[in-house]
Design a protein around this ligand. Structure first.
Ligand code: B3K
Ligand code: ZN
Length: 894
């Protein structure tokens, strides 16, 4: 693209398409470096477009189709081959000048899948053909109206060499198979559901599959297939179980059934993201399908379950009801993330799931909100849409949906979803239309709530408490403010649902009579709901009064993290420790511990004498947690995990990473020292070895003992290395083996190398396991880390053409190793910018995915700022950039 003149697309410029494609026929003649794609588009003018002709008007008009990197071989209009003078062609578009109001356009293009290193459009992975079309990859296959609001019925035929590509797949139902005489064969597919081009998929390869069936609530028998390379066949069972569980859950919770005769998943090794929800033919990064005890950790298993469910849930929220334009991306992504979060939390511990999701939001999404790319969940403008598949659109988008769920309660929420599906099934729509559907079932006025869709940044809520003994009244004043973000100043207040409760001095929940401003929680039957009320914070500052309290209460705010905000609440050590023990809301018990730990780490960093007192409170609380036999071990593990460096960064205006890291490590070391005996016995205690691998208790036990190990790794090597090596040797599963290796990577011991060598040898080339070997080393807290990482880029197993491998080392280092990445001499920054520059030429999306750690310079110390800016500038000056990298780097430099 012309980086001097990037074209920004604006949300408010949306216009309906002038043309519609009712039907498309696609014929693929597959060859690795010259695939012929013949298309036949049945077009008509869109009656709903501005300047649409009336029915009687048969006059002709211009037709512009998008196409990139495809060689145009021929164009026909209603069967007549067009002369070059009858159309215009440039690098992005094909324009046919005079086209009658309804017609058939036939196009032949030739594309080169083997040269496609960007992994967008049609490409090859491990010798097999596959596609990735969202957001705008279809235009790399043929010229088309490549936009999500043009929905067509697809008929696809695929012709390929039968020996090399015995399996030929596309969306919908298989219609026919024929053997041709030259060793080639042809399969035809028909997808009855009109869909936009971004949901098109094709796969051709030498694949094996596992099969199962699912009978829908209304009795339709659906064939389920997971296709993988033959040697991976034994690793697909968990993904299949997850798929069936997700299908059942969507029927039970939302009444949504699957709608085709077969549902297929294909796993490929080279994939830019997690997975893709193509209609009836999901294509996955193999890391979200393949799992067995020897190669996958518990969290890998959970990742498979969540992503399989997420892509399946898109069948309704995304595919049947899709986005009108890409600014509406959160319509499908925020909603579908919310749905997969609820699904996962129904499978096992809801508390742990909520904690994990909030950790991610605070560590990564809050950072996005306070950085150069801050944008609302419904962005207003983009240069490259692929840059907006962000944590904001996905995770904060899910929080916005969750808030509506909280406001309505589960029953009303289901009604809202029913209305949404009823109104919009089979169409492309907007976030506004979604909220309209929600509004139609509730008396709560959502006008102000809609600002969540247009406001960037994390709102900050400051808390003030006043108790008046004479009137027995307790006043809670909440003030909200949302910091300025690029292009947005002085933001209007949001409607923030605050779920809260009050506790007396004994830790008993105080009965709250909902007054004018506080309401009974709609889901008052739920665990959180019983003693909680819902406050609607709508003003910049609002005081809520609670009557008839004999003593000043302890307040528990934002239960279950009822809104994606930062809370500024000056609570004493006593109060936080009290809430850690007594809050009836399990999420807030955990969060009180996080707040106490944050206070302790920041006080340690500032050499504040207060640190001592916080340490005592936290230390005693940990003692109680460790010895509490009744608690879920997974929840205990969360309670014994300190807030991450990224989360702590979010609490600071200016960050000195080395100082923060030293304080973080010191606190970890002191706490480990205090509890060393208990932590060691957590490591050596009888593990729940007999329980089934994925039993919640067994998983929780592993999580707890591995948390203990990770804490011990802050002590001098001689205290824990032997233990870790023994644990590695006796590990019966990948979770324990990986945790022991990761801990040993921090040490300077011989054991480290022994274990690394052994791990790599055992991996025996299994790609996902080798990725772990790189990732564990990338995260090491070693003073030589930058050199170690550079050295690893020269390892024979390092491969920049495989996104998983590249990310495991490079993103692993830049995003999960703050002390290494922020090395004072700037070599961490230099390493990353070198990678971005080199990668941008091959795979812009992957390169762009690495840029964000370089965008946060404004919050660094002056020296670090200069070093980081220098690297951004170096990328900018390195030659023509992709639109992807250009957009992120130029916005980061502003
Ligand atoms: N919709 C895809 C993501 C596409 C990313 C394009 N750059 C997967 C998902 O969110 O389910
Ligand atoms: Zn999605």
């Amino acid at each position: 693209m012309d980086t001097q003149n990037p074209i920004a697309v604006q949300r408010l410029d949306y216009q309906p398409s002038s043309w519609l494609i009712d039907h498309v026929r696609l014929d693929f003649d597959l060859h690795p470096s010259a695939t012929l794609v013949s298309s036949e588009l049945t077009l008509r003018r869109n009656p709903d477009a501005p300047n649409a002709p009336d029915a009687a008007d048969a006059s002709s008009a211009e037709l512009t189709l998008q196409g990139v990197d495809c060689e145009l071989r021929s164009v026909q209009l209603d069967g007549r081959k067009l002369d070059e003078s009858e159309y215009r062609l440039d690098e992005r578009e094909l324009t046919i000048e005079q086209v009658p109001s309804s017609c058939v356009v036939s196009i032949v293009t030739c594309i080169d899948p083997d040269a496609n290193t960007a992994l967008e459009g049609l490409y090859r992975s491990s010798g097999n053909f596959c596609t990735q079309c969202e957001a705008e990859g279809f235009r790399k296959i043929t010229y088309y109206l490549d936009r999500p609001d043009v929905l067509s019925v697809f008929d696809v035929s695929i012709t390929a060499d039968e020996a090399s590509y015995p399996v030929l797949l596309s969306n919908g139902n298989r219609v026919s198979h024929e053997r041709l005489d030259n060793g080639r064969h042809r399969v035809r597919w028909h997808d009855p559901h009109p869909k936009p081009s971004y949901l098109f998929a094709l796969v051709a390869g030498d694949l094996a599959c596992i099969e199962d069936h699912f009978t829908t609530a209304s009795g339709r028998r659906v064939l389920l297939q997971i296709h993988v390379e033959r040697h991976n066949l034994a690793r697909c069972d968990f993904a299949m179980e997850s798929l069936k569980a997700a299908m059942r859950w969507d029927e039970e919770v939302y009444g949504l059934e699957y709608d085709l005769d077969c549902f297929m998943i294909v796993a490929v090794d080279d994939f830019n993201m997690g997975a893709m929800e193509n209609k009836g033919l999901n294509i996955f990064n193999s890391r979200y399908i393949l799992a067995d005890p020897q190669s996958a950790t518990d969290s890998d298993y959970m990742g498979v379950e969540a992503v399989v469910a997420h892509e399946y849930f898109h069948n309704w929220t995304g595919n049947r009801i899709t986005c009108r334009d890409w600014f509406q991306l959160s319509l499908k992504e925020g909603l579908t993330v919310f749905r997969d979060q609820c699904f996962s939390s129904d499978q096992r511990s809801a508390t742990v799931k909520r904690i994990e999701d909030v950790r991610l939001l605070r560590a990564r999404q809050f950072a996005e909100d306070s950085g150069p790319m801050a944008h609302p969940i419904r962005p207003d403008s983009y240069i490259e849409i692929n840059n907006f598949y962000t944590l904001t659109v996905y995770e904060k988008g899910a929080e916005v949906i969750r808030m509506m769920h909280t406001l309505l309660g589960a029953d009303r929420w289901r009604q809202a979803m029913d209305v949404y599906v009823e109104r919009h099934d089979g169409s492309a729509t907007t976030c506004d239309a979604f909220v309209d559907a929600v509004q139609s079932v509730t008396d709560i006025d959502l006008t102000q709530f809609r600002r969540w869709y247009s406001t960037a940044g994390t709102p900050e809520i400051t808390v003030r408490e006043d108790y008046d003994a004479s009137t027995r009244r307790y006043h809670l004043t909440l003030s909200q403010h949302c910091p300025d973000t690029p292009g947005q100043q002085d933001k209007a207040p949001l409607h923030v649902p605050i779920v809260m409760g009050l506790l007396d001095g004994e830790g008993r929940a105080l009965p709250l009579t909902p007054g004018q401003q506080a309401e009974q929680l709609p889901d008052s039957g739920s665990a959180t709901g019983q003693h909680s009320v819902l406050l609607h914070l709508r003003e910049a500052s609002q005081t809520f009064t609670f009557e008839d309290l004999a003593e000043p209460p302890h307040v528990s705010l934002l239960r279950g993290f009822s809104a994606p905000v930062k809370l500024h609440h000056e609570s004493s050590n006593e109060t936080l420790a009290f809430l850690m023990s007594h809050d009836s809301d399990s999420f807030n018990r955990w969060d009180a511990g996080q707040r106490l730990a944050t206070r302790l780490i920041l006080a340690t960093m500032n050499e504040d004498p207060e640190a001592e007192a916080s340490l005592d409170f936290l230390g005693q609380a940990w003692e109680r947690i460790i010895t509490d036999e009744t608690q879920d071990p997974a929840v205990k593990a969360e309670a014994l995990s300190l807030p991450s460096m990224d989360t702590l960064e979010g609490e600071l205006q200016r960050v000195d990473h080395q100082l923060l890291f030293r304080a973080h490590s010191k606190v970890a070391a002191v706490l480990s020292e205090r509890h060393a005996d208990a932590l060691e016995s957590l490591l050596t205690e009888k593990q729940s070895g007999d329980l089934p691998l994925l039993d919640a208790l067994a998983m929780g036990g592993r999580k707890l003992s591995n948390t203990a190990l990770s804490l011990l790794s802050y002590l001098p090597d001689e205290r824990w290395v032997a233990l870790a090596e023994a644990r590695y040797e006796h590990a019966g599963n990948m979770t324990d083996r990986m945790a022991a290796m990761a801990a040993l990577c921090h040490s300077n011991s011989d054991a480290r190398q022994r274990v690394l060598d052994d791990f790599l040898a055992r991996a025996a080339g299994h790609r996902l396991v080798v990725d772990k070997w790189f990732a564990a080393q990338a995260m090491a807290r070693r003073s030589t880390i930058v050199d170690d990482v550079i050295q690893l880029t020269r390892h024979s197993d390092f491969d920049t053409s495989n996104p998983n491998r590249l990310r495991s080392l490079v993103a692993g280092f830049a995003m999960n190793n703050p002390p290494g990445f922020h090395a004072a001499d700037g070599r961490g920054y230099r390493f990353l910018s070198d990678q971005v520059i080199a990668l941008d030429k091959r795979n812009p999306q992957l390169a762009a995915g690495l840029v964000s750690p370089l965008g946060r310079w404004k919050r660094l110390t002056t020296d670090a700022q200069q070093l980081m800016r220098h690297e951004l500038q170096r990328i900018m000056d390195s030659g023509p950039l992709s639109a992807d990298v250009y957009e992120l780097v130029s916005k980061s430099l502003r």
